[in-house]
Design a binder for this molecule. Sequence first.
Ligand code: UD1
Ligand code: MG
Length: 447
Amino acid sequence: MGVFRIVVPLVTVLLICCSKQHSAVLYSSGFALLGYGATNWLIPRVGNSFIKIGLFGKDMSKPGRPVIPESVGAVSATVYLLIMLLCIPFMFYKYMVTTTSGGGHRDISILEPSEVPASFFPHDKLSEYLSSILCLESTILLGIADDLFDLRWRHKFFLPAVGAIPLLIVYYVDFGATHVLVPGFMQNWLKISTIDLGWLYYFYMVSMTIFCPNSINILAGINGLEVGQSIVLSILALINDGLYLTLGHSTTWENHRFSAILVLPFLWVSLALYNWNCWPAKVFVGDTYCYFAGMVFAVVGILGHFSKTMLMLFLPQILNFLYSVPQLFGLVPCPRHRLPRFNEKDGLLYPSRANLQETPAKAFFLPILKILHYFKLIELEFHEGRVVSCTNMTLINLVLVWLGPMREDKLCQAILQLQFAVGILAIVARHAMGKVLFGHDNLWTIE
Ligand code: UD1
Ligand code: MG
């Protein structure tokens, strides 16, 4: 979608304006552009080195299945980390210089007492920022290990949660809120306005750090989709940030600036990757990128204090996961690859199928498969009255079941458009629902 090359700069400029030209957002945007240039320059130059060390994959949906570099998303991820580190002195310089006298006297202000900010150096902001980088670093390591050794599902599934520990500690110390609001119509009945979920809230946040990376990795298999969905999610997150930074209460600005500072460089390094991964792909992004991307959204949702809104933006990924559950949990056989089947004759993609003759589905699940087939949610193949195969349960295959065979780039566009439309509806619903359910929405009023 060439449209990204117009929309991404537009969103960046709008966000800079929305953030009232806040210096941190400006630095972040400047470094994001640098990251775009570096990533776009590096990818074609390092591709062959990836192939030399065995990091390559076959593009299953092209004639002759050409071999192209795999895990190239590691370049975007590395450039992102370097940018985030380079940004630190620029973002925090003013606190180190203008509010202290220098010469080692960090505690003596050269400002008038009335001008002295509440804290000389915002250690809390730096710790939030560093814990995010630490969490992303461990996630990238996990992704690289997965790309190199093809880790087993049960081994890699819980590892993102370990990487999230620094994040949760910072959340606990800095914010610590584990309360959720009770909907207005239930408040009179229950005689309470909030419920303290306690440790369950931490369980919820850990689940998010596991879900987001894995959910992007399983909505994959066609050129441009992994990175395309991440770009759409970033644009949606920035639109939400822009809304808060313009219409929102000033107490919400810090959180949404923090979100913008993390998402903007991610968006630009992803755009550079998309240039090389869009149809016809010259590189694959690899699991490193999928985990990294998912974790960026989990971190931003948690530390930006809008994890529930973030999950609403993940609705297509949530549906894809729920739809995949029968295959992920072994009720229906799950082949190593569930990406659509490429037909060399017409160059179109068709839904791929799981063979139920070799490995039958669990007997109790057969009637459910037939119901899903009846409602056109899957396509079953029958032979002499017996079910012999069913379409793989992914959103990608479902679009093909509904809309018929499609060319790979058109299919990717259809899913990205769906992601964008659902995301915009989710943002509207989030703010409309906030008003209906709780009597106010924190876009206008802070609880
Ligand atoms: C996940 C999916 C798997 C899907 C795969 C595609 C689940 C449980 N797993 O597995 O069904 O097939 O992603 O990425 O849903 N490839 C292409 N074209 C693309 C992208 C990938 O042909 O546009 C192929 C290439 O051969 C590439 C391979 O997929 O080498 C990458 O697969 P990998 O990311 O290792 O699969 P998983 O993430 O384990
Ligand atoms: Mg993958």
